[in-house]
Design a protein around this ligand. Structure first.
Ligand SMILES: Nc1nc2c(ncn2[C@@H]2O[C@H](COP(=O)(O)OP(=O)(O)OP(=O)(O)O)[C@@H](O)[C@H]2O)c(=O)[nH]1
Ligand SMILES: [Mg+2]
Length: 302
């Protein structure tokens, strides 16, 4: 890995590092060990909300507005449905073409894989982008309840995007989206119903206290400058907020579990105790839970 090129923010080096992080656990570990001391300094902005609320369109505008303010934004899109082709989702690549032209780095990461794997590649891809000098790092993910990626745990600033024609406020409350936002965006402000939704959002924000509310139309490019200004002014104070004991402990747990899962997979194939347990279960002489306890002791001894 060419760390000097990565530190200078060379696109090819960034792309290779993120691919390695996604596909090659050993390479990921060695990259992270090297770059870790120089990470954790950029502001991470998580952008979430119901499918189709206009997150990608909004981020495209936002990245241009942030670049115009002299910042160096990068975007990571976690997409649960789209097919990833060569590291980028075609739809998002088209939708975010404006911000790519303005110098923002845009990358999609796959959201399928073992539990914990998506969170790990997301956390580590954020670190690569920080090392490469991008600030803020914007992460797009579909709202809580629909993916296992708890973006608000990984973000310094969480932006929740609603729109009049997707996911009404009741659904949003059910999805837990009304508890995590630092900023609430009512997008598609050009559509009928935006005013009513804005009132509903202001209402629950007033009850929960503190969050900011912005009305935008990503399509027309209105309100996104205000959002960029808000993010810029919040970023100094919020930077580093994501490093809570809760999120660090979630990462640690993911790493330990991933290691355990790998060990169990290997032992299930080769270990003598595992083989004995399977044979005894097959013969009806050992129930699955007692077998599980015996096998778990063998895992712990390794
Ligand atoms: N009228 C209107 N349409 C918009 C606006 N912003 C986005 N859209 C449209 O809404 C649709 C969904 O936009 P996306 O940006 O893909 O939404 P998303 O939230 O990223 O969607 P997923 O990533 O699939 O969850 C597209 O057809 C956009 O053109 C807006 O401000 N007004
Ligand atoms: Mg999107």
């Amino acid at each position: 890995m060419d760390l000097a090129a990565l530190r200078r923010g060379r696109r090819g080096a960034v792309a290779r590092a993120i691919s390695a992080i996604e596909d090659d656990p050993a390479a990921a570990r060695s990259i992270i060990k090297e770059i870790f001391p120089e990470t954790g300094r950029s502001c991470v902005v998580g952008i979430t909300g119901p499918a189709g609320a206009g997150k990608s369109t909004l981020i495209d505008r936002l990245a241009q507005d942030l670049a115009a303010r002299g910042m160096s934004p990068a975007v990571l899109a976690v997409d649960p449905t789209s097919h990833v082709t060569g590291g980028a989702i075609l739809g998002d690549r088209v939708r975010m073409s404006g911000s790519t032209d303005s110098g923002a780095y845009i990358r999609s990461i796959a959201s399928r894989g073992a539990t914990g794997a998506v969170s790990a590649s997301l956390r580590n891809s954020i670190r690569v982008l920080e090392y490469a000098g991008f600030d803020p790092v914007i992460v797009e993910s579909v709202g809580a309840g629909q993916t296992e990626v708890g973006i608000s745990l990984m973000a310094d600033i969480t932006v929740v995007v609603f729109s009049p024609n997707t996911g009404d406020s009741i659904q949003a409350i059910k999805a837990g989206l009304t508890e995590i936002g630092d900023i609430y965006v009512v997008n598609k402000g050009d559509l009928a119903g935006a005013g009513r939704l804005l009132d509903a959002v202001r209402d629950f924000v007033a009850r929960s206290g503190g969050a900011r509310v912005v009305r935008t139309s990503a399509r027309r490019g209105t309100g996104t400058g205000e959002l960029a200004g808000l993010i810029e002014s919040m970023s100094a104070e919020r930077r580093g907020r994501r490093s809570t004991p809760e999120s660090l402990s979630a990462e640690l747990g993911d790493i330990v579990l991933t290691g355990l899962r790998e060990r169990v997979a290997v032992m299930a194939e080769r270990d003598a105790t595992f083989r004995d347990c399977v044979r005894l279960m097959q013969e009806g002489r050992l129930d699955p839970y007692s077998a599980g306890r015996r096998a778990a002791r063998a895992v712990a001894r390794r």
